[in-house]
Design a protein around this ligand. Structure first.
Ligand SMILES: *Cc1c(COP(=O)(O)O)cnc(C)c1O
Length: 383
C-alpha cells in the first residue's frame, strides 16, 4: 500500500466535496423502460437515455438471449483476429443503409468510437475544430490525435468561419466535429451550414448523433433534418435510443476500411459481444416498424417545454438550467421526494455556473407523468 496515493485521492475528494462536485454511484434497478428502483423506492426516471424504451423490449431481449445460445457470451478476441462474429456484418450493412452511407464500422462504445476514429484520420500537422459543447469523448479523441485542436462557440457558424479562416491554411487536413443533438442541452447543430463551411474550407465534417438516432429526423437522426448537408463521418451509439451497447461510424467504403485497419480502439480491444449486436438489430427492427414509438420522446419533450413556457424542445433532452451545483442537487432531491428521478448535471460535465436538471423523455412516459413533472419543476424555475 502506498499511503501517499490514498492521501492524494482523499484530498482530491475533499476538494470536490467542498464545491458540491463529488459524485457517488447509486445502485439503480431499472425495472422497465421508465421505472427504476433505488434504495427500495420506485421512481419514474427522466434520466435514462433509453429514449425508445427498447432496453426492456421483449423482442430485443429475446434476440440477445438467442445470440448467446448461438454465438456464445463473448466475441473471444479483437475483431481483426477472430472476434468478427457474423452478426457484425449484418448490423454494419443495416446501419449504413439507415444512414445512407456506403459502409459502417461497429465499435465497442461511443467513447471508444470517437477515441479511435479521430486519431486514425488526423494527426500532427492537421486541425480539428470542435463545438465547445461537444461531448467529452470528441474532445478526448481530438486531443489524442496530436492535431491542433480549436474550439468554436456553440452552434455559432460565424465563429467557426472566423476560426477556419485563421487556422485552416497552415494545416494539411482539417476536421470539424460536433454533436448532432447536444447531450446536455438537447439542441440541434446547424448541419447544413456546417457542411457548407466544411466544403468551402476543404474540411471534413464529423457528426456524433448519439442523441439523434431514433429520436429526430423520423428516427434516422439529425442528418435527416438537413437533407442537403454532406456529412463525411456519421457516428452514433447503440446505447441510447437503441437500448443496448456499442457504437458505429458510417462513411465511404475506403474510409471505413481504413478505420478498420488502424483505429486503435477497434484493433486493440475485444469485439462487442454477440448479444449486444443482436439486440441492436432487433431494436432497429422495432424502430422501423413503429413510427409512433419513434415520435413519442420528442412529442413528450415538447409537451413539457410547452407546459413550462421553455423554448420548444428540439430533441428528447431538455435542459432546465439552474446555475449553482447546490441548487441543481436540491431540485433533484425535491423531485426524488415526489417520485421522479431527474439527475442533477454539474461541472465538469457542463460549463461552470450552468448546473442543471437534464430531463430525458422516453417513449414509455405517460402524458400525465410529464404534466406532473412539469408542475414539480415549475417552482424551481421561479426560484
Ligand atoms: C453518450 C455519448 C457518447 C458515448 O457513447 P457510449 O456508447 O455511451 O460510450 C458519445 N457521444 C455523445 C454525444 C454522447 O452523448
Amino acid at each position: 500500500m502506498n499511503d501517499t496515493l490514498t492521501r492524494h485521492a482523499q484530498a482530491k475528494i475533499d476538494g470536490l466535496a467542498a464545491l458540491s462536485l463529488d459524485r457517488r454511484l447509486k445502485p439503480t434497478h431499472r425495472l422497465d423502460g421508465v421505472w427504476v428502483e433505488r434504495a427500495g423506492r420506485r421512481l419514474m426516471s427522466f434520466s435514462c437515455n433509453d429514449y425508445l424504451s427498447l432496453s426492456h423490449h421483449p423482442a430485443v431481449k429475446a434476440a440477445a438471449k438467442s445470440a448467446i445460445e448461438t454465438f456464445g457470451a463473448g466475441a473471444g478476441a479483437s475483431r481483426l483476429v477472430s472476434g468478427d462474429h457474423p452478426l457484425f456484418e449484418v448490423l454494419e450493412t443495416r446501419l449504413a443503409a439507415l444512414k445512407g452511407a456506403e459502409a459502417a464500422c461497429v465499435f465497442g462504445s461511443g467513447y471508444l468510437a470517437n477515441l479511435g476514429v479521430i486519431p486514425t484520420l488526423v494527426g500532427p500537422g492537421d486541425l480539428v475544430i470542435v463545438d465547445e459543447l461537444a461531448h467529452a469523448c470528441i474532445w478526448a479523441g481530438a486531443r489524442l490525435s496530436g492535431a491542433e485542436v480549436v474550439g468554436f462557440r456553440h452552434n455559432d457558424v460565424d465563429d467557426l468561419a472566423t476560426r477556419l479562416e485563421a487556422a485552416r491554411a497552415p494545416s494539411r487536413h482539417a476536421l470539424i466535429a460536433t454533436d448532432g443533438v447536444f447531450s446536455m442541452d438537447g439542441d440541434v447543430a446547424p448541419l447544413d451550414q456546417l457542411s457548407v463551411l466544411a466544403r468551402r474550407h476543404d474540411a471534413w465534417l464529423m457528426v456524433d448523433d448519439a442523441h439523434g438516432l431514433g429520436v429526430v429526423g423520423g428516427g434516422g437522426g439529425s442528418a435527416q433534418l438537413f437533407p442537403r448537408a454532406r456529412i463525411d463521418l456519421q457516428m452514433g451509439t447503440l446505447s441510447k435510443a437503441i437500448g443496448g451497447y456499442g457504437a458505429y461510424v458510417c462513411a465511404t467504403r475506403p474510409v471505413i476500411d481504413f478505420i478498420k485497419m488502424r483505429a486503435r480502439t477497434l484493433v486493440y480491444t475485444t469485439g462487442l459481444p454477440p448479444a449486444c449486436v443482436a439486440a441492436a438489430l432487433a431494436a432497429l427492427d422495432v424502430m422501423e416498424a413503429e413510427p409512433a414509438r419513434v415520435a413519442a420522446p420528442l412529442r413528450q419533450a415538447q409537451r413539457f417545454t410547452a407546459r413550462l413556457a421553455l423554448p420548444e424542445a428540439q430533441s428528447a433532452v431538455v435542459a432546465v438550467v439552474l446555475g449553482k451545483a447546490e441548487t441543481a442537487l436540491a431540485a433533484s432531491a425535491d423531485l426524488e421526494s415526489k417520485g421522479f428521478l431527474v439527475a442533477a448535471i454539474r461541472p465538469p460535465t457542463v460549463p461552470p455556473g450552468t448546473a442543471r436538471l437534464r430531463v430525458a423523455f422516453c417513449a414509455g412516459h405517460p402524458d400525465e407523468a410529464v404534466d406532473r413533472l412539469a408542475a414539480a419543476i415549475r417552482p424551481w424555475l421561479a426560484a
